[in-house]
Write a protein that binds this ligand. Structure first.
Ligand code: FA5
Length: 328
């Protein structure tokens, strides 16, 4: 086929091509490696030198004409498609956006964060301890040897390797004393675990926030002043609280603080002056230093703050409950 015929055929096919895919096929057919034009260009080398220049120019002209036609038709088809888009596919930018569903913090986490912020502002450092504890930190170092009947107060989940799930945050007292020494002012928030039956005010897994202050000449006056200040900041005005004597092997004297909820007293916090045995176990000399400690129930505080009548809601995983605590 001569060059002019190839070019005429190509231009006619390009003109009548209906879409960009068909046009791409024509590009391959008329300009691709196996096309007649490409073959003609390859064949130039075999022509006598005298004819080569003329034939070369003619072939290139045909190739350029086909290329130009392909590009022009491509632009036409593209423009037509975009006009179609504007007619058929449109977006109403005035429609209200669909809100993405965002997660939020659990009410216990909200209360824990607030507690941490409060204590941080009062100069306490915030320290965390391990959930899996050894007997020494959870009991012995806290003046609760194996023979001590008070061990029964903490129904313990024992692990097969002899360790246990900590029954309170008090073992972190020992870890912090050994790590930081005296003087010390710290809180230890976190989860604790008790193998006890669950009811409206008792969970088997719940949160505690432990506080520990060690200094020279710390007295029960400091303890009560601090607890009053803390409860004043945490509880709404008018919430009734009371202190009563308590017993913990790791504090002497010991007290408990209750809050009034629905006409009944709810135990919120255990506290006392750190027992000399415990200071010693923490590597601190009880002749030189004294201190106070307290352990506050975070779930109980959250019940009070949000008016929740059953502690079991917190771990129920019930969306209807959890959705009531969106992020501020
Ligand atoms: C203790 O765990 C002591 N370690 C507290 C302490 C620390 C005393 C430092 C002295 C010095 P108790 O078992 O009473 O004490 O628990 C402390 C608080 O945790 C309680 O006042 C209560 O608010 C909360 N709590 C206790 N048991 C449960 C439970 N099963 N479910 C939810 N909250 C609980």
């Amino acid at each position: 086929m001569d060059l002019q015929a190839i070019q005429d055929e190509a231009l006619a096919a390009i003109k009548s091509s209906g879409d960009e895919a068909a046009l791409q096929e024509l590009r391959v057919r008329y300009l691709g490696r196996k096309s007649e034009l490409a073959g003609a260009l390859r064949g130039l080398g075999k022509l006598p030198a005298a004819e080569r220049a003329v034939a070369g120019q003619a072939t290139n002209r045909a190739k350029q004409a086909v290329e130009a036609a392909l590009d022009a038709r491509r632009d036409e088809l593209r423009a037509a498609r975009e006009v179609g888009l504007a007619d058929h596919e449109w977006l109403d930018l005035t429609l209200p956006a669909r809100r993405p569903r965002r997660g939020h913090l659990h009410p216990i986490t909200l209360v824990e964060n607030d507690l941490e912020k409060l204590f941080w502002g009062m100069g306490y450092r915030v320290v965390e301890g391990p959930w899996i504890e050894d007997e020494f930190h959870n009991f012995d170092a806290l003046n609760i040897p194996a023979s001590h009947p008070a061990r029964d107060d903490w129904d313990t989940f024992w692990l097969s390797d002899g360790n246990l799930l900590r029954t309170h945050t008090s073992p972190v007292q020992i870890r912090a004393m050994r790590r930081f020494g005296a003087p010390l002012k710290a809180v230890f928030p976190g989860r604790v675990f008790r193998n006890e039956s669950v009811d409206a005010t008792h969970e088997a897994v719940f949160g505690q926030l432990e506080g520990l202050v060690i200094g020279r000449d710390i007295t029960p006056g400091h303890l009560f002043h601090s607890i009053n200040a803390i409860l004043g900041a945490l509880l709404e005005e008018g919430v009734r609280t009371r202190y009563r004597p308590g017993f913990f092997p790791f504090t002497e004297p010991s007290f408990e603080c209750d809050i009034m909820r629905d006409g009944r007293w709810l135990e919120l916090c255990g506290m006392g002056m750190v027992h000399p045995h415990v200071l010693r176990a923490g590597g601190i000399d009880p002749d030189e230093w004294t201190g106070f400690a307290f352990g506050l129930g975070i779930d109980r505080l959250a019940m009070m703050r949000y008016g929740i009548d059953d502690i079991r809601w917190f771990h129920s995983g019930d969306q209807r409950f959890l959705e009531q605590f969106p992020c501020a």
